[in-house]
Design a protein around this ligand. Structure first.
Ligand code: GSH
Length: 199
């Protein structure tokens, strides 16, 4: 088994999807969490200067979704056919497009709050409606078994719901999907034991 080292801040953020994939597959890895204060001196040592990164036997992979897609493929969670894989990728990218609308790094709290409120109130409903339509009455977003797209929905919606708890109240099927993901024994155990962080 390769040696894996995942480096990120002490946040769920962009590393949590990969932590879910490690938890589900049972693969051992080092969950390396750096202090924000140490970041300026670490940043120049990292290819492309952003985290998360995953080191696989010393090879450094950057970009959170490239890392997660690799782990999903390795664990059979990328989709069962090429079309399912494309659909899972498309759902992940759709959710990610939405998540990147938020000014996560904005320091001015008034500006930040106004932007978050606007996106959560005015832009989220369209995404939720489309995701709900896509899911329909199926158990999982893509195909007949869980994929990393379901994990990504759970990871991202956890953060969205922490900002606006009633966000998905009109979408019980999307909330039930969260429950299904969180009830997977390995994911339930990870959620129980992971460091409690705001994001
Ligand atoms: N698209 C990249 C990914 O998904 O990995 C974004 C990476 C990114 O912007 N990471 C942030 C970061 O490294 C943390 S979420 N910020 C510190 C910096 O830019 O110096």
């Amino acid at each position: 088994m390769p040696q894996y080292k995942l480096t990120y801040f002490n946040l769920r953020g962009r590393a949590e999807i990969s932590r879910y994939l490690f938890a589900y597959s049972g693969k051992k890895y080092e969950d390396h969490r750096i202090e924000a204060a140490d970041w300026p001196k670490i940043k120049p040592t990292i290819p492309f200067g952003k985290i998360p990164i995953l080191e696989v036997d010393g090879v450094t992979i950057h970009q959170s979704l490239a890392i997660a897609r690799y782990l999903a493929r390795e664990s059979g969670l990328a989709g069962q056919t090429p079309v399912e894989q494309a659909l899972a990728d498309a759902i992940v990218d759709t959710i990610d497009d939405f998540m990147t609308l938020f000014p996560w790094a904005e320091k001015n709290q008034d500006v930040r709050k106004q932007a978050f409120d606007d996106i959560l109130t005015n832009k989220a409903p369209e995404l939720l409606k489309d995701l709900d339509t896509f899911l329909g009455d199926n158990t999982w977003l893509v195909g007949k078994s869980v994929t990393w797209a379901d994990f990504y929905w759970d990871v991202c919606s956890t953060t969205l719901l922490s900002c606006k708890p009633d966000l998905a109240d009109n979408y019980p099927r999307l909330l039930a999907l969260r429950d299904r993901v969180q009830a997977l024994p390995a994911i339930a155990a990870w959620i129980q034991k992971r460091p409690k962080t705001i994001m």
